[in-house]
Design a protein around this ligand. Structure first.
Ligand SMILES: Nc1ncnc2c1ncn2[C@@H]1O[C@H](COP(=O)(O)OP(=O)(O)OP(=O)(O)O)[C@@H](O)[C@H]1O
Length: 545
């Protein structure tokens, strides 16, 4: 009598094989990596939700990637799996890593896998739900983010003008105690609307009552005045719909997913979701990822590297419970930066110095960072170019990043004199837009020229942090914007300035912790006030004329 093998038998057979395989995995997914016992425990251990936590360079991203590949190998049946991050350059880098992993390339076709940015994922989902049509979104680099922000500012500016003009009909209709102050300019209101959308306070009663945590303290906004802000918010959304062909702000994607929740059936959800650099995602974006996960949500990140604004939400409130035992895994061995680079980065005083309490181990020793005072901006680039030549003469396989802080170049780097100067001397210079197609570590003499924002999550043998002066760290214009305001309470103003400096120091920390070997910090003019946090024994100095 012949035996009939049922589908269930087959599934159970393959599951057993997968389990046996699991115990024999030697985790050789990538070259040159021997996982630590802590990393292996994270990869082996199954949880519905888990945070892989640790300071810069401790291997959070690589551990997450191993866990992701391990899931692909272990699951015998086809699963829907998402690997996601906010930043386009980081996803481009992850895809490059995955393409180099033989075991991933061999096994990926067995599942439905998306390795993508938040906005691409959201865009595809909303198209499937027929909520949006339209053309494909462009890549979400810092340049794109700034362009979106500038558009919003311009459009909101038009509306605000009406609501503040005593001759206008709109102004007349506003009750006296709901009229806006002069401090409520277009920028303030654009930021308020962005904050409302990021945090999902888009229903009137909720917005009127909510504690405005993470918002400017020096510019007062009464509850009554929030009625006017809400009115502007409504007019702005209508404007986007009617005059700009249903244009969506970057913050609208998550809101749209939440609004269409009931149409998101199980087949559109993911069995496994892996989130890299979770601290970059806005609260509503995290909430949607919780919604879209069927089986397991693994997030990785370092809260100290947050660049986005504060918010009233904790992970718990967004549906991620990481307080249970085994769900918050901390890594503390730094595989990237030398002890010397980390010592200098750690001396930066932000978030009340909480990051300084970490237990730390290092695998690399190196030179102390070099801080170079240059006679002027041209000389600064001359120093950088000469140094890069020296680096490549010694070893053309080493990689270099030049990290600038020029806002105008972020939105239009094509016209950057610095980029032109680099291209004049070197053949392979990428920027954040063509990083994925151009920057190639299998080729020699690779340079990335990028903003301090787009460098998140990446690493290079040598990094040049240029413009480390009092114009750019912190960005002077941000503080000047605040000081323009005559009516501010002094202590509140100080709090706002401290907040800007705190965010700027975190950005500097991220930029400083990208170097595997050497960190050079160059400036012309006056050195950044953030250098006051450094101890002189932790760096070398040079003058370049
Ligand atoms: N066990 C290991 N053995 C060797 N190298 C490792 C190991 N773990 C991580 N690395 C390497 O250390 C570097 C930093 O790792 P990774 O980028 O994952 O850190 P991270 O914690 O995500 O950093 P950041 O938050 O600063 O982006 C990478 O080059 C990675 O390949």
């Amino acid at each position: 009598m012949s035996e009939i093998i049922s589908k269930n038998d087959l599934i159970s057979f393959f599951s057993n094989i997968a389990e046996i395989w699991q115990h024999h995995i030697d985790y050789n997914f990538f070259k040159d990596i021997e996982l630590s016992p802590d990393q292996i425990k994270i990869i082996d251990h199954d949880e519905d939700q888990m945070l892989i936590n640790g300071y810069a360079g401790t291997g959070k991203s690589i551990t997450l990637l191993y866990k992701f590949i391990n899931t692909i190998l272990r699951e015998a049946e086809s699963k829907k799996i998402l690997y996601i991050s906010y930043n386009y350059t980081l996803i481009a880098d992850t895809i490059k890593k995955l393409n180099d992993s033989e075991i991933y390339m061999k096994n990926k076709h067995r599942h439905e896998i998306d390795v993508t940015t938040y906005h691409e994922m959201a865009y595809k989902l909303l198209r499937k739900l027929e909520v949006i049509d339209g053309k494909k979104k462009s890549k979400l680099t810092q340049e794109e983010i700034i362009r979106n922000d500038q558009d919003a500012l311009r459009r909101i500016g038009v509306i605000v003008d009406k609501y503040k003009n005593p001759q206008s009909e709109e102004y007349e209709k506003i009750p006296k105690d709901e009229k806006l102050y002069s401090t409520h300019d277009a920028r303030f209101i654009k930021d308020e609307i962005k904050w409302m959308k990021e945090n999902g306070f888009v229903d009137k009663p909720e917005y009127i009552e909510v504690e405005r945590k993470g918002r400017s303290r020096s510019i007062r906004l009464t509850k009554k005045q929030r009625n006017t802000i809400y009115k502007i918010f409504e007019v702005y959304n209508k404007m986007l719909k009617e005059q700009f062909h249903n244009h969506m702000d970057l913050e609208d994607y998550a809101l749209e997913i939440i609004r269409n929740k009931k149409w998101i059936k199980d087949d559109l959800k993911y069995d496994y979701v892996f989130v890299d650099e979770v601290q970059d995602l806005q609260p509503m974006q995290i909430k949607t990822l919780v919604m879209l996960t069927k089986k397991s949500l693994i997030i990785s990140g370092d809260p100290r590297q947050t660049i986005h604004r504060r918010s009233p939400y904790s992970y718990e409130k967004l549906g991620i419970n990481i307080t249970e035992r085994g769900r918050n895994r901390v890594l503390n061995k730094n595989y990237r930066c030398s002890a010397q680079t980390m010592r200098l980065a750690n001396s930066l005083n932000f978030d009340n110095g909480e990051h300084k309490l970490d237990k730390r181990n290092f695998v690399r020793e190196g030179d102390k960072p070099l801080i170079v005072k240059c006679e002027n901006a041209n000389k600064e680039m001359e120093f950088v170019i000469n140094k890069i030549k020296e680096i490549f003469d010694e070893n053309p396989n080493e990689t270099v990043a030049v990290i600038h802080r020029e806002e105008s170049e972020i939105s239009n780097s094509r016209y950057s004199d610095r980029l032109k100067a680099l291209k004049g001397h070197f053949l392979n210079v990428s920027d954040s837009k063509n990083y994925s197609s151009k920057f190639n570590t299998n080729k020699t003499k690779q340079i990335l020229y990028t903003s301090a924002y787009d460098i998140k999550g990446l690493e290079f043998d040598h990094t040049f942090l240029i413009q480390f002066n009092d114009e750019h760290y912190p960005q002077k214009y941000q503080i000047e914007e605040l000081l323009k305001n005559q009516e501010m309470d002094e202590s509140m103003l100080k709090e706002d300035i401290d907040e800007i400096k705190n965010i700027e120091k975190k950005l500097l920390y991220v930029a400083m912790t990208r170097a595997k070997k050497n960190l050079y910090m160059t400036y012309s003019g006056n050195i950044s006030e953030f250098s006051n946090d450094f101890e002189s024994q932790d760096y070398e100095t040079q003058i370049y004329k």
